[in-house]
Design a protein around this ligand. Structure first.
Ligand code: HEC
Length: 71
């Protein structure tokens, strides 16, 4: 799922988007709490489009991807 949508921006192409595996970039984001983070993905956040362009991802999917991206 990450490769299908999120990776288009979260693999280093967009400097504002926290990269997969970049713990330092993810730490302050994770500090907001998982509910806020999944909400930001669903509604869109600054330069990130709503749903992160994954129209069939559930909130559980976002949570799993966020946990995986921040490792
Ligand atoms: C079109 C580009 C794009 C796509 C696709 C995208 N993102 Fe993002 N994402 C961004 C950008 C840019 C930011 C940084 C926004 C900022 O803080 O300025 C971001 C930030 C985030 C954040 C942090 C939000 C916060 O509150 O700090 C999370 C979590 C996230 N993305 C998850 C995802 C997931 C999960 C997907 C795939 C379903 C995804 N993104 C797909 C561009 C994208």
């Amino acid at each position: 799922m990450y490769n299908r949508t999120c990776a288009a921006c979260h693999a280093g192409q967009l400097p504002q988007a926290p990269k997969k595996g970049d713990r330092a970039a993810w730490e302050p984001r994770l500090a907001q709490g998982m509910e806020i983070l999944t909400g930001h993905v669903t509604q869109g956040f600054k330069a990130m489009p709503p749903r992160g362009l994954c129209m069939d991802c559930s909130a559980e999917d976002y949570q799993a991807i966020i946990e995986w991206m921040s490792q």
